[in-house]
Design a protein around this ligand. Structure first.
Ligand SMILES: [Zn+2]
Length: 287
C-alpha cells in the first residue's frame, strides 16, 4: 500500500495458535468474549479451542531515501523450546517473500526492532557455517538503548542468537526512545510490554502510520485496553501506554500497523459502540 510517497508491505513469517485466550488475558472468559466473537473468530480466536491465533510479520517500508524493515519475525533455526512452532524452524519462505517484493537482504538499509522478543528479531540473523551472522549485511540495526540493555541483562537464546551477533558485526545502532531517522521515520516510547518498547512512526505529507509492535496482541484489546496479556512485563504500565495510544489515534487518519492482528493487520482506531465494553475502541481493518 502507499502512504503518500512511502510504500508499505507486510511480510508474513508464520501464523501460530498459542494458549487459550483466557490464559493469555485472564479477563477473557468465554462469557467476556461473547460480545466480540463475530469479529474475533476464526482469524484471531479459534472457535473450537478458544486459542489465540497470532500471525508474526514484518513491515517492509520504502521511503524516498531508505529501505527499511520493521521487526524481523521468528526466523529459522532459532532455539525456543517454549514455542514449539517457532523452535528450530527450517521454513525460510519469508526470505522468498522478501525477494518476491523485489529485495535481496543486501538491499535493506535499516532494520528497526520495536523490541527484542524472539518473534521481533528472529530474521536479524541466520546461520552460516555454524555461526549466526546478520541477515542484512548492509543495514544499520536500530534498537532502543533501554531495550538492548535490559535484554542484555536478561540474556537468553533470542539475545545470543538474534541480537549479539549484530552487535559483534558492528551493525547495531543504539538510540534514544524518541530517535528520528528523518522527518518521515521516528520512534516514540511505548513502555510496558518490555522495558524499552517503541512504536515506529511513519509520515509522508499529511499521511501518518504507526507500527505498534506488541503494544497490542489481539483486536479485543481495543474495546478492552485494560486487558494486558501475560506477555506484558509491566502490565500496569502497558495498560496506560495502550489506552493513551488508542485515545491519541482514535478518529484520526493514522493507519495503525499491527504485529499480530490477523490479515490485513492494518487499520484505523474508531470508537467502539457495540455490545460489551463501554468507552473503548474498535480496530477498523483496511486502508
Ligand atoms: Zn510479539
Amino acid at each position: 500500500m502507499r502512504l503518500g510517497q512511502i510504500e508499505i508491505q507486510t511480510l508474513l513469517d508464520i501464523t501460530s495458535l498459542h494458549a487459550p485466550m483466557v490464559e493469555v488475558f485472564h479477563e477473557a472468559t468465554r462469557e467476556a468474549l461473547d460480545p466480540y466473537r463475530s469479529w474475533l473468530e476464526p482469524d484471531a480466536l479459534c472457535p473450537h479451542t478458544q486459542r489465540i491465533r497470532i500471525p508474526v510479520q514484518a513491515y517492509l517500508v520504502r521511503t524516498r531515501h531508505h529501505r527499511i524493515l520493521i521487526d524481523t519475525c521468528v526466523g529459522c533455526g532459532k532455539n525456543q523450546p517454549d514455542a514449539p512452532d517457532w523452535h528450530e524452524r527450517s521454513d525460510a519462505s519469508w526470505l522468498e517473500r522478501l525477494a518476491a517484493a523485489g529485495y535481496a537482504p543486501e538491499d535493506i538499509d535499516y532494520v528497526f526492532c520495536t523490541h527484542l522478543h524472539s518473534d521481533h528479531c528472529g530474521w536479524n540473523t541466520r546461520q552460516r557455517d555454524g555461526r549466526w551472522v546478520p541477515t542484512f549485511p548492509n543495514a544499520r540495526y536500530v534498537f532502543s538503548r533501554l531495550e538492548y540493555e535490559a535484554t542484555a541483562q536478561l540474556g537468553g537464546a533470542a539475545f545470543e542468537q538474534s541480537v549479539l551477533p549484530v552487535a559483534e558485526a558492528g551493525l547495531m545502532q543504539l538510540v534514544d526512545l524518541d530517535f528520528a531517522l528523518d522527518d518521515e521515520v521516528w520512534l516514540e516510547p511505548a513502555l510496558g510490554h518490555t522495558e524499552g518498547h517503541v512504536v515506529v512512526n511513519l509520515k509522508s505529507g499529511v499521511r501518518r502510520a504507526a507500527m505498534c509492535g506488541d503494544l497490542m496482541h489481539s483486536p479485543v484489546q481495543c474495546p478492552h485496553p485494560e486487558w494486558s496479556p501475560v506477555w506484558d512485563r509491566d502490565a500496569e504500565r502497558a495498560r496506560r501506554t495502550r489506552r493513551s495510544f488508542l485515545e491519541r489515534h482514535c478518529d484520526t487518519d493514522t493507519l495503525v500497523l499491527t504485529a499480530h492482528f490477523p490479515p490485513p493487520s492494518l487499520g484505523r482506531i474508531v470508537p467502539y459502540r457495540g455490545p460489551g465494553a463501554r468507552g473503548g475502541f474498535l480496530f477498523r481493518y483496511g486502508e
